[in-house]
Design a binder for this molecule. Structure first.
Ligand code: ATP
Ligand code: MG
Ligand code: MG
Length: 503
């Protein structure tokens, strides 16, 4: 199986926290934590917990603060990241539909709103965390020295745009997340929120790897923005790991610089380095683009993953647009610009200014997932050619129940699907899997780049699976060719048994 895919060099996973709200058609709307619990009822029934690993290898959970979160399975291809991320949104849409249906006859029937955004009306922030596997030997100081100037200016590539109030006066800024950042690097994640979180949980062999946890990014709606966010960071890391590194200097005040880049939203904000150098935000990005693109050509990253080439083209196009002070060429790819155009059209059509309530509503609508029976604004914009779509709808549908094939998520997904089919309880985490009622069934999966596992295949082989429902039954014998067997087991499982509420 693995030889079908080019050798991967990195694991990436996205954690997306969703904003949640409820509007009641009648009666008093329940508090949001009650809505969250109701939304997760099928998950609890399915997995006996509010935190579950699904057959597509992802983790679905309800954290403190009533923000449903999907942490995608480990991915090693950019297409997998986009498909898994979008599949997570589809799963939440399904849960919302079930929640609405089952409250239809309650005293407060209404609509569940799920939002891919970063701030709520009370000013609370929630995030989209990016996880990149990096070598342990990459010194933390070197990493931060290069990555901070990159991340401070990265909103030019993937800012999702935000109507921010300055003394009650609205201004459209680049990143909703920027003003919720308080440090460049630290181990905190809430009160002293840093751009890079240093909590050391590699979910892999700790002697060899670390998991870089970037928490400064906006949640994107545009797939092209997500692509550029992940791919550009990946390529900067590739360059760094190969011995490269920024010689721009340290940014004197990284948090102030990030906020200035976001608030001015013109690409020309000057970033001050401690060696006296002053560069515009777009020139800082030009520097990283030049280094990362040259390295990508040398390293073969572009051949390994065709979407890397797409991302590099998009990166170039995005910087050209900022340089030209004309973002029309990225109006269908960059969230900031796609949303700005929508808001401007609304203002012109209604003859209102940016403080009008319809502007805030439209901003939220841009981020909202689909309502039962209708399309989301994102889908409408995509259908109208106003937002580029990269994933194929059937690939997203597939990713809702199937794990990426290039990482250990593939084994995890097969194990979960098999356990579910025979009604066995299980406990999973990123590194391991075991059946809860049968001793000595723990399967360790320490290498995230290892898609198939002998131990996983053996456990699946030993499960009392309903062979008839699995077809010929050939594939559930003990296993030599593990890849084929897991693949067949997985492929033959009825999809409707797989996702909470899918059915
Ligand atoms: P929190 O929600 O508190 O931030 P967390 O960051 O530890 O917790 P999870 O929500 O469990 O994490 O998500 C972990 C993410 O890390 C997933 O998207 C997963 O795919 C990804 N991941 C798993 N293993 C690795 C690895 N070895 N390297 C990089 N990413 C990984
Ligand atoms: Mg998480
Ligand atoms: Mg996290």
């Amino acid at each position: 199986m693995s030889q079908q895919y080019p050798a991967a060099n990195r694991i990436v996973g996205l954690e997306t926290e969703y904003g949640l709200a409820y509007s009641a058609r009648s009666g008093r709307a329940p508090e949001v934590d009650e809505v969250a619990k109701h939304l997760f009822q099928p998950v609890i029934e399915w997995g006996r917990a509010t935190s579950v690993f699904l057959p597509n290898g992802s983790r679905l959970y309800l954290d403190v603060g009533s923000h449903p979160e999907v942490a995608t399975a480990e991915c090693s291809m950019l297409g997998e990241v986009l498909e898994q991320d979008r599949a997570g949104a589809r799963t939440l849409e399904q849960l919302a539909q079930i929640a609405e249906d089952s409250w239809e006859d309650s005293p407060h029937p209404g609509t569940v709103h799920l939002l891919r955004n970063n701030v709520d009306s009370a000013g609370n922030a929630f995030g989209c965390h990016e996880n990149y596997m990096i070598p342990r030997k990459l010194a933390a100081a070197r990493l931060a020295h290069t990555l901070i100037p990159f991340l401070v200016t990265r909103p030019l590539l993937c800012g999702s745009g935000h109507i921010r109030l300055f003394d009650d006066k609205p201004r459209y800024v680049l990143s909703p997340r920027a003003r919720h950042m308080w440090e460049a690097v630290s181990s905190g994640s809430t009160r002293s929120r840093p751009m890079i979180n240093t909590r050391d949980e590699p979910h892999a062999d700790a002697a060899k790897h670390r998991r870089l946890h970037v928490i400064v990014g906006d949640t994107n709606v545009s797939e092209a923005s997500t692509l550029l966010k992940v791919a550009s960071t990946w390529l900067v890391l590739d360059w760094l790991e190969a011995g490269g590194g920024s010689d721009l200097g340290e940014i004197a005040h990284p948090v102030d610089a990030l906020r200035a880049v976001s608030d001015d939203a013109d690409g020309y904000t000057l970033v001050n380095f401690d060696n006296g150098r002053r560069l515009s935000a777009v020139d800082v990005q030009e520097y990283f683009y030049a280094q990362a693109a040259a390295h990508a050509q040398r390293s073969g990253a572009v051949e390994r993953d065709p979407l890397m080439a797409t991302a590099l083209t998009l990166w170039r196009r995005t910087l050209d647009a900022w340089q030209a002070e004309d973002l029309s060429t990225v109006a269908t790819t960059l969230d900031f610009e796609a949303k700005r155009r929508l808001l401007e059209r609304n203002a012109a059509r209604r003859g209102v200014d940016w403080s009008h309530a319809s502007m805030r509503r439209l901003e939220l609508a841009y981020h909202e997932l689909a309502q039962p029976g209708s399309s989301s604004l994102q889908e409408k914009l995509e259908a109208a050619g106003l937002l580029e779509r990269i994933t194929a709808p059937d690939a997203v549908e597939h990713a809702r129940t199937n794990p990426p094939r290039t990482t250990r998520a593939f084994s995890r997904g097969a194990l979960i699907a098999a356990a579910k089919t025979c009604g066995a309880g299980y406990k999973a985490d990123w590194m391991s899997f075991r059946l809860t009622d049968i001793a000595e069934t723990k399967v360790l999966m320490p290498d995230p780049l290892e898609a198939t596992s002998q131990a996983a295949a053996e456990l699946i082989g030993a499960l009392p699976l309903n062979r008839e429902s699995l077809g010929s039954g050939e594939h559930v014998r003990g296993v030599e060719n593990t890849a084929t067997d897991i693949d067949t087991v997985f492929a033959s499982l009825p999809a409707r048994n797989m996702v909470p509420g899918g059915l």
